[in-house]
Write a protein that binds this ligand. Structure first.
Ligand SMILES: NC(=O)c1ccc[n+]([C@@H]2O[C@H](COP(=O)([O-])OP(=O)(O)OC[C@H]3O[C@@H](n4cnc5c(N)ncnc54)[C@H](O)[C@@H]3O)[C@@H](O)[C@H]2O)c1
Length: 356
C-alpha cells in the first residue's frame, strides 16, 4: 500500500489539463484534492472533468489547507516564486514548472525557502525522462564519450508562438520568450547530459523576428489575445564556453522560416552521438560514432520505447515527497540553468560575451 500523497495544483491552464492532472492521477496513492486558477471558471471546469473536490481562485486558500501535502505550480513564470515560496513556508513540497523563476534572485529565494523548510523543491524538466535523453546522459556519465568538448542542441518551431498576447509573450509575466520557454528545455537537456560542468563564459544572440508582427503563431496556451503585446524574443543562439575548454551551443526558435527540428549532438575524444530523428528516422533516431582499430564505426542503438515519458518527473516527485529518493530535476538545478539563461540575455543586451 503506497503512502497517500494529497496534492493541490496551482494553475488550470494547458499544461495542467494535458500534463499535471493525468500524470498525477495515474500514480498509486496520489489524490489530486484541490485546484486553483485566477480564472475560477477554468479551475471549476478542470475540477469537474478530473473529479477534483476543492476549487479556489486564490492560491493562498489552497496552500492554507492542512490536507494538502504537496503542490504543483503551473502559472505564468513570474508567479512561480511567490506561489512556491508561500507553499514551502507552509510546509508543502513543491514541483514547479519551468523555468524556475524569471530572475536568479527569485530562484535563489525559492531554493533557500526549500532548504529552510526541509521540503522538496522539484522542477518539471519534462524532457529529461525521454529514453534517448536518458541514454545520452547514461553514456556521458559512464565516460563513453571520453572528454566532451562539443555539444549542440537545437529545437526549432516553425509556427510555435504560444498564447499570443497572453502572459507568454509579455516580458513582465514570462521573463522572456523562446529562450525562457524552450531554451530552458534544450539547455537543461544538454547541460544535464554533460553533468552540469562549470561554465566560464556565456554569449547570447537573442532576437524577436516574427512575434512583433503577429506571425508564427502556434496553438498552445489557454489564452490568446489578437493584437496583444509581444515584447519578448522568438529566436536564440546561446554559446557556453566550459571551464574545460569545451563549447556548448543551443539554438531555439518559436517561429522561423524553416521546418520543425530537434537535434542533439555530443562529441568527446572517445566517441560522439547524434540524436536527429529527421535524418535517421523515428525507429532509430540516435547514432553513436566512434573509431575501432582505426576504422570509423557508426552504431544505431535500440532506444527503448517509453509510453508517455513526460509523466516520469511526477513519479519521481511523489516518491521524493514520500522520502523515497530524489526528484528527477531539483530546484537547485533549475537555478543553475536560470543563471545561464540570464547571462545569455545580459550578453545579448551588451553585444559581448559575459563571465559567469
Ligand atoms: N514542462 C513542460 O513541458 C511545460 C509545458 C507547457 C508549459 N509549461 C509551463 O507551465 C506553466 C503554465 O503554462 P501553461 O501552458 O499551462 O499556460 P496557460 O496560459 O495555458 O495557463 C496558465 C494558467 O494560469 C492561470 N493563472 C495566472 N495567474 C495565476 C495566479 N496568480 N494564480 C493561479 N492561476 C493563475 C491562468 O488563468 C491560466 O489558466 C508555465 O510556467 C510554462 O512555462 C511547462
Amino acid at each position: 500500500m503506497s503512502t497517500p500523497v494529497r496534492i493541490g495544483i496551482v494553475g488550470a491552464g494547458a499544461v495542467v489539463v494535458h500534463g499535471h492532472v493525468p500524470s498525477l492521477q495515474a500514480i498509486p496513492g496520489v489524490q489530486v484534492i484541490a485546484i486553483c486558477d485566477t480564472n475560477l471558471a477554468r479551475a471549476q471546469e478542470a475540477a469537474a472533468k478530473f473529479n477534483i473536490p476543492h476549487v479556489f481562485a486564490d492560491y493562498r486558500d489552497l496552500i492554507a489547507r492542512d490536507d494538502v501535502d504537496a503542490i504543483t505550480v503551473a502559472v505564468p513564470n513570474v508567479f512561480h516564486a511567490p506561489v512556491a515560496i508561500a507553499a514551502l513556508e507552509a510546509g508543502k513540497h513543491v514541483l514547479c514548472e519551468k523555468p524556475l523563476a524569471t530572475s536568479v534572485e527569485d530562484g535563489k529565494a525559492m531554493v533557500a525557502a526549500a532548504e529552510k523548510a526541509g521540503k522538496v523543491l522539484a522542477i518539471n524538466m519534462s524532457n529529461r525522462p525521454r529514453p534517448e535523453i536518458l541514454m545520452l546522459r547514461q553514456m556521458a556519465q559512464a565516460g563513453r564519450f571520453g572528454k566532451i568538448t562539443y555539444a549542440f542542441g537545437r529545437m526549432l518551431r516553425r509556427n510555435g508562438i504560444p498564447g499570443y498576447g497572453s502572459w507568454f509573450t509579455r516580458k513582465e509575466l514570462a521573463g522572456g520568450g523562446a529562450t525562457m520557454d524552450i531554451g530552458v528545455h534544450m539547455l537543461d537537456m544538454v547541460y544535464w547530459i554533460l553533468g552540469f560542468p562549470p561554465v566560464s563564459t556565456v554569449r547570447g544572440e537573442i532576437q524577436a523576428v516574427h512575434g512583433p508582427y503577429e506571425r508564427g503563431l502556434g496553438g498552445w496556451g489557454a489564452d490568446h489575445v489578437p493584437g496583444g503585446t509581444f515584447d519578448v524574443d522568438d529566436l536564440a543562439a546561446i554559446h557556453l564556453r566550459l571551464a574545460n575548454g569545451g563549447l556548448v551551443t543551443i539554438e531555439v526558435t518559436w517561429a522561423i522560416h524553416a521546418r520543425n527540428e530537434e537535434r542533439i549532438q555530443i562529441a568527446g575524444d572517445l566517441a560522439g552521438a547524434d540524436y536527429f530523428p529527421d535524418l535517421y528516422g523515428r525507429d532509430h533516431p540516435l547514432r553513436i560514432y566512434r573509431t575501432e582499430d582505426g576504422v570509423p564505426v557508426e552504431v544505431a542503438p535500440d532506444v527503448p520505447k517509453k509510453e508517455w515519458a513526460w509523466a516520469e518527473g511526477f513519479r519521481h516527485f511523489v516518491a521524493a515527497c514520500r522520502g523515497e529518493g530524489a526528484p528527477l530535476a531539483t530546484g537547485a538545478e533549475g537555478l543553475a540553468v536560470l543563471r545561464l539563461l540570464e547571462a545569455a540575455y545580459r550578453s545579448a543586451a551588451a553585444g559581448t560575451e559575459v563571465r559567469v
